[in-house]
Design a protein around this ligand. Structure first.
Ligand code: XMP
Length: 513
């Protein structure tokens, strides 16, 4: 079965992935492609049901401003332009774009013309809030277009040409702050493009299992299982597809959270796969003795990981396929080019050079995180595994500031366990995207009973984010923080002070190292 397909042309907008996620939430399969990496001929052969132009940071009159050939509007394929995408549509089709006297940013009261298909849904009112972020605006619509929305400062907040199925909105329907934004996108997809919404994880699982079987035949598959959501879902999918032709190697470097290594093992014990756990803590600790620099820690762990994995893989002999849990956000190449590398991320996937295999398979390559989770549920993985919060490859090693010792590792595991328990007790474990404890290298004076103490300061970190590129600190109620702090200083030895990290990313990062 081939799914209905919508093409998202990316002009470097900060919300490109969000648009794609919203489209998928409407059960329509879509892909994001950089505007300059796909030709008109390719678009014709992809035959999308619709095309969406994202926003972008430029002005249509800027030097090297991203553009599209006018032909794209003549293919008979419906187009929706968003923000920069709307201005581009106006510009290319002979309208006029100018710089606003007052640029609009944030929640903006907007009036809609209900005769436009985007706003016709009975739930969408005549006036509602939209999310604006622009300094240019469409001052004259191209011939054949009508204005379909306006705000106090923006005379054309939306325009359309019904006959040609061309639609454009200056605001961002994909952002939650736009009331009824998803309804508007759904109207474009269903009413304008004629999509029926045939993209579900049930369909996907069935098709992926069939594709994997066809590709793998009777070959052997190897997977580095970290216990994270992506590699766990992949293990489940591969197990359903090829059963014992799959070997999962779980390298326990010793920097997992408390009890986590055993939990991962327990989760996969009864699956129809070959499961190998390597307890390599001593080996990793040996390599990290005396190391306190964060980048050296990451590099050392990454290299050692490869070595341990490689040694284990060698015992299996030749494998045909190396499976990797790459997911769609890692794949999307933005129209704005690559972002700067802030930290050298160690992902358990980066191994191919060292293992004897024929080909890489990445069955989750086109899925977003929420889809990966849904697939996991579909395949029967436990809630705990499916909803596990992200955990960095180097584990607690980058949450212990300075040199790592057995004692510090134990302190952090115990404290982190308590914090997670209190967050779950307060029912916050799904709304906070990542929460953990960090053992600082700082000691301070305290008093316990009649005695002076001189012990470690623990930092708690909790963030809310959609993409992990930017993040807000979570506004956890004080009583939850207080309960966690009280338990930690009482129950964990060598901690006499607890702080809560209230920095956003940027300028801070989520992890401390
Ligand atoms: P930062 O600290 O860069 O983290 O704001 C962003 C997200 O990435 C995770 N992270 C990692 N994940 N290997 C990983 O697989 C790594 O080396 C690594 N470092 C950070 C971090 O937990 C957060 O979710």
């Amino acid at each position: 079965m081939t799914n209905e397909y919508v093409l998202i042309l990316d002009f470097g907008g900060q919300y490109n992935q969000l648009i794609a996620r919203r489209v998928r939430e409407c059960n329509v399969y879509c892909e994001v492609k950089a505007y300059n990496k796909v030709s008109i001929d390719e678009i014709k052969s992809l035959a999308p049901k619709g095309i969406i132009f994202t926003g972008g940071p430029q002005s249509v009159y800027g030097d090297d401003a991203p553009s599209v050939p006018g032909e794209i509007f003549e293919l008979g394929i419906p187009v929706l332009g968003i923000c920069y995408g709307s201005q581009l549509m106006a510009h290319v089709l002979g309208g006029k774009v100018e710089t606003c006297t007052v640029s609009e940013y944030g929640k903006t009261e907007t009036s809609y013309d209900k005769s436009c298909a985007l706003f016709a849904d009975s739930e969408i009112p005549y006036h509602a809030v939209s999310w604006m972020s622009h300094t240019d605006f469409i001052s004259k619509v191209p011939e054949g277009f009508r204005i379909a929305a306006h705000t106090a400062n923006c005379p054309c907040a939306a325009m359309y040409n019904e006959e040609k199925n061309l639609y454009a909105v200056q605001f961002h329907p994909e952002v939650n702050h736009t009331q009824f934004g998803v309804k508007m996108l759904a109207s474009f997809l269903n009413d304008v493009c004629g999509c029926t919404g045939d993209w579900t994880m049930e369909n996907y699982a069935e098709k992926a299992i069939k594709d994997i079987r066809e590709k793998v035949g009777d070959g052997k598959v190897l997977l580095a299982l970290s216990g994270g959501v992506d590699s766990s879902v992949l293990a489940a999918l591969l197990s359903k597809a090829v059963g014992r032709q799959l070997t999962c190697i779980f390298v326990d470097h010793g920097f997992m959270r408390k009890n986590e290594g055993d939990e991962v093992e327990a989760a996969f014990k009864d699956w129809d796969i070959n499961f190998v756990r390597v307890n390599a803590k001593e080996q990793f600790m040996g390599k990290l003795r005396g190391v306190s620099d964060p980048e050296t820690k990451r590099k050392t762990i990454g290299e050692e990981f490869i070595r341990v994995f490689e040694a284990e893989a060698r015992k299996i002999g030749h494998v045909d396929f190396l499976a990797q849990g790459t997911i769609y956000p890692d794949v999307i190449e933005s129209g704005a080019g690559d972002a700067a590398v802030i930290k050298s991320h160690h992902n358990v996937g980066g191994l191919p050079d060292y293992v004897d295999f024929k080909e890489i398979i990445e069955p989750l390559r086109m899925l977003f995180k929420d889809e990966t989770r849904k697939l996991g549920q579909e395949l029967g993985l436990s809630e705990t595994l499916v909803w596990r919060q992200p955990f960095p490859g180097p584990g607690l090693a980058i949450r212990i500031i300075g040199e790592i010792t057995d004692e510090k590792l134990e302190i952090l595991q115990d404290a982190d366990w308590i914090f997670r328990e209190e967050i779950a007790k307060a029912g916050l474990d799904r709304s906070i995207n990542q929460y953990f404890a960090v053992l600082t290298n700082n000691r301070s004076v305290g008093v316990m009973g009649d005695f002076r103490t001189y012990d470690y300061t623990l930092a708690l970190r909790a963030v809310e984010t959609t993409d992990f590129m930017t993040a807000e600190f979570s506004r956890i109620p004080y009583d939850v923080l207080e309960a966690a702090s009280r338990r930690i200083v009482n129950e964990v030895k060598n901690i006499n002070r607890v702080c809560y990290d209230i920095t956003t990313k940027p300028p801070a990062t989520i992890e401390w190292e």
